[in-house]
Design a protein around this ligand. Sequence first.
Ligand code: AMP
Ligand code: ZN
Length: 113
Amino acid sequence: MSDCIFCKIAAGEIPSNKVYEDDQCLAFYDLSPQAPVHFLVIPKTHIPSAAAVDSSNSAVVGHIYEVIAKVAGQLGLDKGFRVVTNCGEEGGQTVGHLHFHVLAGRSLAWPPG
Ligand code: AMP
Ligand code: ZN
């Protein structure tokens, strides 16, 4: 999608601090970290949100969870981490391209606000 910031990051048109990349997804550090480790994993294809995941595009979600486990291992996040997907206005989504926050490096409170 031409006006989507995460599509532009996936295409390399906007720079990012990359953690991992393959043909299906990209992981990069969040500009506004909410924990000592905070990166995002996005599909390279434009999926607007978790509400738009269906049988035509869900394979990349499983792939992204494999990538999260691999990158978490590489970064030594052995004390644990949290994966968050905000969806829609009340879910706190601000960028309309599916993304998975991975947060680690401190004890994370539950429930979220
Ligand atoms: P959400 O609010 O759940 O939609 O998450 C969007 C996230 O994208 C926020 O945590 C932002 O800090 C992050 N973000 C926005 N623009 C960029 C960017 N250019 N590079 C890295 N992270 C970004
Ligand atoms: Zn997009």
